[in-house]
Design a protein around this ligand. Sequence first.
Ligand SMILES: C[S@@+](CC[C@H](N)C(=O)[O-])C[C@H]1O[C@@H](n2cnc3c(N)ncnc32)[C@H](O)[C@@H]1O
Length: 288
Amino acid sequence: MTKTKLVAPVLKWVGGKRQILGEIKRYIPKTFETYYEPFLGGGAVLFELQPKNASVNDINSELMNVYVVIRDNVEDLIESLKQHGKAYKHNKKAKEYFYKIRELDRDKQIYDKLTSIEKAARVIFLNKTCYNGLFRVNRAGQFNTPFGYYKNPSIVNAQTLRAVSDYFNSADIRFSCDDFETVLEDATEGDFVYLDPPYDPVSDTASFTGYDRGGFDKSEQTRLSQVCHKLNEKGVKFVLSNSATDFIMDLYKDYIIEIIQARRVVNSRADRRGDVDEVMVRNFERQW
Ligand SMILES: C[S@@+](CC[C@H](N)C(=O)[O-])C[C@H]1O[C@@H](n2cnc3c(N)ncnc32)[C@H](O)[C@@H]1O
């Protein structure tokens, strides 16, 4: 199986790792059995590595549905996106159309009638046309990012979608929508795990928990560190990204911690953009 550059993220995701891929790649072990990515998000690292055996997971069911539809029904998905593209461009009421599609999840009965292909197309369409490309849901789990004023958003990227679909079909990948702890119970010696959880907020006001209804607070960060200890005991290699807060540095003090400077691209408020130190934690020495 050869790697191809056409395989790339199809969604812009909060905390997307494209900017620091180079840094992350430096820490990936040369060989491993199964690749685990329990906080998949936009999947930048998965698509960069294109492993043959993988188990990928995210608690966000809308997101995981997008990936499964790309695997199983990519042509229907492209067709559905084309319809969105036409409606968005031709009726000169792009904003109205955006809100019509966004509000589909306000009525459960209507939403439940959509096919998985229609749901996936809706998520991609909203991701391409909403403000900042930010996937955010309110407490009721409804998509609530406002309209984004784009001149010509690229709604259908058929080439990338087909390349990702080919990759999913040629590799042995398990897709799940579960809590990270459950998924990682299956990891065994020789496997490699890349963890990119929602970050510990640098300050209380910068707290951001809009990925899904659940949120990810300090007790979740602690639970994650305990899962990492278990992985370590089992002989599973892991690399974890997070923000460089004292709390995180303390949770992972038994491991190798390196600080990297990363640029957070997606942020809901322009004044919170900028360089935030991140940590890269790992439980093994680099082999080269
Ligand atoms: C920082 S993002 C991942 C970004 C991703 N690596 C990328 O490159 O785009 C964190 C992800 O964790 C997911 N998440 C939050 N809580 C979770 C949990 N308990 N178990 C699994 N996934 C969770 C969120 O839905 C979100 O997509």
